[in-house]
Design a protein around this ligand. Sequence first.
Ligand code: SF4
Ligand code: SF4
Length: 341
Amino acid sequence: MLYRVIDSQELPALVEAFMEDYEVIAPVESGASYAFEKVTSFDEIKLDYPTTITSCKKYVLPPRETLFKFDALNNEVTDFTVKVTPRVIFGAHACDINALNSLDMVFEDSRYRDPYYEARRGATLIIGISCTPTESCFCHLMEADEARTGYDLFLQDIGGRYLVSIGSVTAANVLESACNPREATDEDRIAFRQATRKRQESFNEEIPDVQEIAMLMDAFHSDPFWDELGSRCLACTACSSVCPTCFCFDIADTLGPDGKTGRRERIWDACTSPQFAMVTGGHNFRDSNRNRVRHRMYHKLNGFLATHDRMLCTGCGRCVRACKAHISPIEVLKFFEEKGA
Ligand code: SF4
Ligand code: SF4
């Protein structure tokens, strides 16, 4: 990995240089919170944001997208070409970069490559930035508090300047042309170490680290704990909507007004939705809130780990804030901490 240092005052020039060739998406104020939105000026960007309501997932996996169009009368299909906008996502936290890395594992799996996702992801540069954990962040427990891959540049704030990790030649060239990057000194490296330690010490210590969570979930698959969670779940699907790693989708065919032509769409879906597991004939193989909430937690903390060697949760804490019933991986971790004690 190549490292350089730039001064904080150089950031506007860096963003403006990206704006010459890319649409720039960055965290901005949105009501009482923050959101990733298109920006046209550096002044709109809030780089010291705690977190955003939703992640930048929608820029690589839109909530609704057309896969192809069809003519039902003549039995013809028109391939849909993805209209890709070259983008820079500027200011993604490490957890969200790790979430994109997990989505890559799913949608860029060589066995089932997804051309729609790949086209968008391939046209997107990721510029990460260091952060300070909020009280609902637990990315360090999910090994997602540092991004080792998946970014083009990563900016670590080391006080008045940034230690920049360079992940791609394209971004390095923009950095070189817009700023005056210099070699890191010993003083910079010490400042980096101090900033990293300070962040690590900022995590909420009340969120337990349960190393054997996956095994415990298997052992307590029928525990009344899941009934209790299910009895509280409102099936609102807010948890999946805000989650940077949830990727379930539905496929729907929509006919136009002529009743002959239409389009096939991919639409975000959620495993906490009552209809999610309903199949033809009306059978629902996950027919209770208990089963649906349990399934979601299992996929996050157990199932994905078994197949991809990592949790499908980055500990971003978004669902902790979104769930009106106070159901989240943190509650699951706390329950299993007691079980394992
Ligand atoms: S777990 Fe919470 S956010 Fe998710 S569907 Fe149930 S009530 Fe809604
Ligand atoms: S399950 Fe919750 S904490 Fe984990 S990645 Fe999804 S929104 Fe973030």
